[in-house]
Ligand binder design. Structure first.
Ligand SMILES: *Cc1c(COP(=O)(O)O)cnc(C)c1O
Length: 454
């Protein structure tokens, strides 16, 4: 290997000073760190010059690939004007243009855009808006949130309060506000299959709202695909029914489209798959094409109007962040949306998804593949010890970690979710690139689960 002389130094500094997210540093520090130097198209290159496919879109963000001339230019042009100015009491050009564009492409009714800088802050904003919406309208008992089993909405305290992944969230329980949890329909492990899982979810929601709707502010959901839970795909019709039940009982619907937004599921937003218009919608990740940290919480006029009053009425939404509406981020988001339209990126996802589905069919007969779940270009492969009984691998075997380590050896980066191997390629990937990535994925799963490697 052509070892960069700088590698040893960077690796030592990394070990000495960088605390990585979602990482047991004791494990990490015992391994050779991958240090990225540059990206080009759907590949990342480490400081030693080795290329890797970005098989998880740098944790579900990337849309057009890396180092895209059009996106770079949008940032450079904005940089020549102003890098940042605040949105507190004043505006800037790209933030206005982007808000109008988001309102145009969002599900009908979402006309107002509140900016922040990450999915988690976008979720905090949605939660606080929903809470204060009812407060401002005088329905002060409506203050409880409903979330779904295994939900992930980010890592700030409000977002963790509506999170339901015990491994991440349980330790913080004493500092969280309580939320009501209903099951997310997980067909693979439900004895009634897809229909049974969906019915249980809807029944639990109906039961809860029939008795407690006057205490419930909102339900928050990852529409169509529950990402961090392991790429769990809802049975068709479920989201539409959830939305209808919420509406019937005067409970706001918050759609967390941070992972699913911007074409990932085959439509611009996952809500579009079922014609659902939520009251609040959170976007992040792919909004800037995966370039810069910008998120947004979209709201309906009805939500906005509950805050719109004479100052003395004290209905103002007192929330904001230093970098809210950052012009560089908004400029690159606009450029990304323009490219998506010019290149018909969303329209291309369906056929690319079909291609990936056919490639991954090679895994269906593999002994330790329990289920391959896919919606658009979001794929999760659930590995099991025994296909017939669905017996899971023990977490201590770290089967997902080992498969992803093998994929890295073979030239593709991804990260597992427990025993689920994730494949979320950049939407711009060509069929040739998707084919090579899928081949690596298939080989990694086989090599590790059939004991040939890892
Ligand atoms: C990633 C994610 C978040 C959190 O976004 P950050 O930008 O990491 O704070 C929230 N919700 C969902 C569904 C996500 O996938």
């Amino acid at each position: 290997m052509n070892v960069n002389s700088g590698y040893e130094r960077l690796a030592a500094l990394n070990k000495a000073h960088v605390w990585h997210p979602f990482t047991q540093m004791k494990d990490y520090n015992g391994s050779d760190p991958l240090i990225v130097e540059k990206g080009e198209g759907v590949k990342l290159y480490d400081v030693n010059g080795r290329a890797y496919y970005d098989g998880f879109s740098s944790v579900w963000l990337n849309v057009h690939g890396h180092n895209v001339p059009e996106l770079n230019r949008a940032i450079e042009e904005q940089l020549g004007r102003v890098a940042h100015s605040t949105l507190l009491g004043m505006a800037n050009v790209p933030a206005i243009e982007l808000a109008a564009e988001l309102a145009r492409i969002a599900p009908p009714g979402l006309t107002k855009v509140f900016y922040s800088d990450s999915g988690a802050t976008g979720v905090e904003i949605a939660i606080k808006m929903a809470f204060q919406y009812w407060h401002n309208r005088g329905a002060r008992k409506k203050r409880t949130f409903v979330t779904m089993n295994q939900a992930y909405h980010g890592d700030t305290i409000g977002a963790v309060s509506v999170g339901a992944i015990p491994l991440y969230h349980e330790v913080f329980r004493p500092m969280l506000f309580p939320a009501r949890v209903i099951p997310y329909p997980y067909a693979y492990r439900h004895e009634g299959g897809a229909a049974g899982a969906m019915e249980e979810t809807l029944e639990r929601l109906r039961d809860l709202l029939e008795t407690k709707a006057d205490e419930i502010a909102a339900l928050i959901v990852e529409p169509i695909v529950q990402g961090a839970a392991g790429m769990i795909v809802m049975p068709p019709g479920c989201l539409r029914e959830i939305a209808a039940i919420c509406k019937r009982h005067d409970v706001l619907l918050i759609a967390d489209e941070v992972a699913t937004g911007f074409g990932r599921t085959g439509r611009m937003f996952a809500c579009d798959l079922e014609g659902v218009s939520p009251d609040l919608m959170v976007v992040g990740k792919g909004l800037t094409g995966g370039y810069l940290p910008v998120a947004a919480t979209l709201a309906t006029d009805e939500v906005y109007d509950a805050f719109y009053a004479d100052y003395e009425e004290q209905k103002t939404f007192f929330h904001g962040h230093s970098f809210t509406g950052n012009p560089l981020g908004c400029a690159v988001a606009l450029a990304s949306l323009k490219l998506m339209e010019e290149r018909r990126v969303v329209e291309s996802v369906g056929s690319k998804a079909g291609f990936v589905d056919r490639k991954l069919h090679a895994l269906a007969e593999t002994r330790h593949v329990g289920e391959i779940r896919q919606q658009g270009l979001m794929v999760g492969i659930e590995l099991v010890r025994d296909q017939a009984t669905k017996e899971p691998y023990d977490w201590a075997e770290r089967i997902g970690v080992r498969v992803c380590a093998r994929a890295r050896e073979l030239g593709m980066l991804t990260r597992p979710l427990g025993n689920v191997v994730v494949f979320i390629p950049p939407l711009a990937s060509t069929e040739a690139e998707l084919g090579e990535m899928a081949d690596i994925l298939v080989q990694s799963v086989r090599d590790v689960t059939e004991g040939r490697s890892g």
